[in-house]
Design a protein around this ligand. Structure first.
Ligand SMILES: Nc1nc2c(ncn2[C@@H]2O[C@H](COP(=O)(O)OP(=O)(O)OP(=O)(O)O)[C@@H](O)[C@H]2O)c(=O)[nH]1
Ligand SMILES: [Mg+2]
Length: 347
């Protein structure tokens, strides 16, 4: 899972990135890094730890999430266009965006205006997508003029996209368009899931209430969270208690992102390796097998499945089998979050 952290300048992107990846803050360049900074972290999951304690595998592999800290956008029409042009190639491969909004007083920028900032960023996404659509439509009509017969629905779909964007709506508001196979190559920004993150001052842990937020939203206290990320585990716990933080930003952001992207985790277990895999929720067992290895997909016979909670309740695999909670499932079985799976295959 790849998450791109975007936002206006000085909104706290690097601070959050450091909290999420456990880096220390000193290296953050003023004005943001021109080249995006990547950080890969393991998704904290106590289920993996439990399975690892059960199997004592040679290797334990957690699910991973890649965060990318992108440069902040500054105001001014020209600099915004430059910003989008510069970052577009970095933004396209992301699965989703974390949009950081400054919701604390800044000594230079003054009072927060988070909702206006959000609108400004959303508009830039729409404008970038509009430009992509218009460029492609122009190309298609040139080809038509030169006598080329257009086949397929691309032009029709792009015109529909134009209408949606022009009316100020993101493409994700129209799944028929954002999921159309003919348009997949464009990787429109406004078609991607977005998690809005209000970066609050230390004393405030609430969503700005009276505001209408049309996006998925959550609150972090970036500076606090970063300070916490720098502490040793034991100290961090005290800190967490003092500030009424129930779960770290890292955990909450990961969980929300999983939910937003409709992802699920399943596990493969054994003496060699206990491994957590990230897949789209409800993916059929046959396709899930393909995530592991094409041979397993090709020679798929059955999936032997036990829900993690059933396995934990039973104590171990043999006990779960005795209790009848280990099931045999076929190719079409929609894999659920927490499934522990042995694939039976023959090649
Ligand atoms: N009070 C307060 N200050 C914060 C918070 N988060 C970040 N800051 C401060 O805001 C300033 C900017 O933070 P950065 O994390 O560098 O912001 P950025 O979005 O990465 O900025 P650019 O990379 O320049 O776009 C720093 O001085 C931070 O210490 C917060 O939650 N509360
Ligand atoms: Mg930065």
């Amino acid at each position: 899972m790849k998450l791109g952290i975007i936002g206006l300048g000085r909104s706290g992107k690097t601070t959050l990135f450091n909290a999420l990846t456990g880096r220390t803050g000193e290296s953050a360049p003023a004005g943001g890094a021109v080249t995006p900074v990547m950080g890969v972290v393991s998704v904290p999951d106590e289920r993996v730890l439990w399975l690892s304690a059960l199997y004592h595998p040679k290797k334990t592999t957690h699910a991973q999430v890649t965060y990318m800290d992108l440069q902040g956008m500054s105001s001014g029409a020209e600099s915004k266009r430059e910003y989008m042009a510069h970052l577009l190639n970095h933004m396209r491969p992301m699965d989703a965006f974390l949009m950081v909004l400054r919701n604390f007083e800044d000594p230079v920028l003054g009072s927060p205006r988070a909702m206006a900032d959000m609108r400004e960023l959303q508009d830039e996404f729409l404008i970038a997508d509009l430009a992509t659509v218009e460029k492609r439509l122009e190309k298609l009509s040139m080809e038509e003029k030169r006598g080329k017969k257009l086949t397929g629905k691309e032009k029709e779909l792009l015109s529909a996209c134009w209408e949606v964007l022009d009316s100020g709506q993101p493409l994700k508001s129209r799944p028929d368009l954002s999921a159309a196979p003919e348009l997949r190559g464009f990787t429109f920004l406004s078609a991607k899931p977005l998690l809005v993150i209000f970066n609050n001052r230390d004393e405030d842990d609430r969503l700005p209430s009276s505001q209408l937020v049309s996006e998925e939203a959550m609150v972090v206290r970036g500076k606090l969270e970063m300070e916490m990320a720098e502490l040793a585990a034991e100290e961090a716990q005290d800190f967490q208690k003092d500030f009424g933080i129930e779960e770290s930003a890292m955990n909450r952001v990961v969980q929300q992102s999983f939910r937003l992207l409709q992802l699920a985790t399943f596990f493969t277990v054994g003496d060699d390796e206990v491994k957590a895999w990230t897949i789209p929720r409800g993916l059929p067992a046959l396709e899930v097998a393909g995530h592991i290895h094409s041979d397993i997909q090709r020679g798929f016979i059955r999936a032997e499945v036990v829900a993690f909670e059933d396995l934990r309740a039973a104590g171990d695999y043999a006990a779960a089998r005795k209790l009848g909670t280990v099931r045999l499932e076929g190719k079409a079985y929609p894999v659920q979050d927490g499934d522990v799976i042995h694939f039976r295959f023959n090649v």
